[in-house]
Design a protein around this ligand. Sequence first.
Ligand SMILES: *[C@@H]1O[C@H](CO)[C@@H](O)[C@H](O)[C@H]1NC(C)=O
Ligand SMILES: *[C@@H]1O[C@H](CO)[C@@H](O)[C@H](O)[C@H]1NC(C)=O
Ligand SMILES: *[C@@H]1O[C@H](CO)[C@@H](O)[C@H](O)[C@H]1NC(C)=O
Ligand SMILES: [Zn+2]
Ligand SMILES: [Zn+2]
Length: 510
Amino acid sequence: MDLQLVLVLLTVDILLSLSEAVSASLNPGDAEGFLEKYGYLHQKDHTHNADKVTSAVRQFQWLSHLPVTGRLDSTTLLKMASPRCGVKDRGSNEAWKRRVNSVFTGQSQQHLRKKRYTRPGGRWYKQHLTYQIVNWPRHLSQGPVRLAVRMAFQLWSNVSGLVFHELNEGQTDIRLAFYEGEHNDGTSNAFDGPGGALAHAFFPCRGEAHFDKAERWTLSSHKGHNLFLVSAHEIGHTLGLEHSPVRHALMSPYYKKLGRSLLLSWDDITAVQQLYGKPSAGAVVQIPSQDLSWAMQDWELSEEPMGDISLPHYCRNTFDAITMDGNGTVLVFRGGLFWTVTSESNRSDPLPLKRRWPQLPFAIEAAAFSPLDGKFYFFNGKHIWRYSGTVLDPGFPKKSSECDMPRHPDCAFFYAPLGHMVVFKGSRYFVLNLETLRSEPYYPRGLADWKGVPRGANGAVTRADGKLYFFREQQYWRFDPRKLRVTGSGQWTKKLAWTGCHRTSSNDVL
Ligand SMILES: *[C@@H]1O[C@H](CO)[C@@H](O)[C@H](O)[C@H]1NC(C)=O
Ligand SMILES: *[C@@H]1O[C@H](CO)[C@@H](O)[C@H](O)[C@H]1NC(C)=O
Ligand SMILES: *[C@@H]1O[C@H](CO)[C@@H](O)[C@H](O)[C@H]1NC(C)=O
Ligand SMILES: [Zn+2]
Ligand SMILES: [Zn+2]
């Protein structure tokens, strides 16, 4: 009966919501504001003629690696709404052309540095710079933040003639600070809460980098925004670097997760060396991204936890994924580690992901156990892994696109009323038939079907009573499949003992 109800309700409004698929994007009406904020349109003349807007859209599309159509199509609006750096893109095009020119004509750096054209980015006229962390983000302790920032500066000093020193007090050249909303550098620089503009910085010699305090900053988890990556990018601006149109460049304006490629592209290195020369030691040093991921995890784990020391990491910060196996054991994933919490609330120590599932990447974005086939499914980037116990099934990892599933999903869970796997991504959800490994017809659909469930959930668990718990950061939402809506919500670390984060000792069965 429940199943029928769900199917009927889901079918009734298929037609209603087919058109609302891309609501995670910007409203076309807000696009001009966006183009003004990021320097594609002049803010002064507030009415722009159609030609100017088209040309601005084309420039934006070019820098963002979208098809250059000049139209505000859905991909363009979607891109405009994705997390990025708050610094304007204006000028980055010209700066890039000059860089490319110098690479091809082989002009010496000395010559370039003396050239008379005005560099919008400016530069410091010294190689030794000092910095200071003015205040701190929530949910991360000072030790790991300090290490992350030190590494972010090292990234640049390892490939250039620069040297950095941290000072805890007094005047420094560069200052990093966390602010919320408007913070005394103009309304156009006001922070916008989670997502959107994550941080911004000023070109030399102002030396300020500001981070949106409302973001969920993290170092090792795949959910939230990585503070090391964002500081490394913002530090680039404080040194005089503009945005890069090179897709894999650290100075590209959009937020990217740490991938397999080296963090600094040839374009980042060329840009910083044109301003400050090569490292005095000679060779350029870059460490592999995989090693950076491990290092960040170690910084977090080495730190004395804030608050209740009996609680593991995932209870104080965000986690990447959560699921429950056939025995009612909850599994929580974060970075390269996972924890288990048995149905008797017995919580394990952190275990390396690769020890149980050796072929998985460093971390995963979504995980789900399916009672239908008794298998674990993992999602990360463009791929899906399927395990029988600890053995990877033949044919996996599979490309998500082969299964009609999205890249970088928010979460995945087996949904008993449909008998299929459900995958959330942004404003839509997908339904994966585990037998055919293809999407069910009529999907993806809008998240509005899950009345009350927020966008960007990082995991979901079905409990024995059939209720579904969605998690996002410290909040949970309880969804009742019979009523097809959220019937309760709150802070999961305080209320849901079975997540292993209750402040009672693990021997108390709740
Ligand atoms: C910078 O170089 C040093 C010395 O070679 C190395 O130990 C360090 O890991 C490098 N740091 C980064 C961020 O690449
Ligand atoms: C459930 O527990 C049994 C016995 O401890 C174990 O053999 C089995 O692998 C567990 N099942 C799952 C899905 O973890
Ligand atoms: C909890 O797990 C540990 C190790 O897996 C085991 O030694 C202990 O007996 C368990 N405690 C309870 C109450 O099940
Ligand atoms: Zn930037
Ligand atoms: Zn600011």
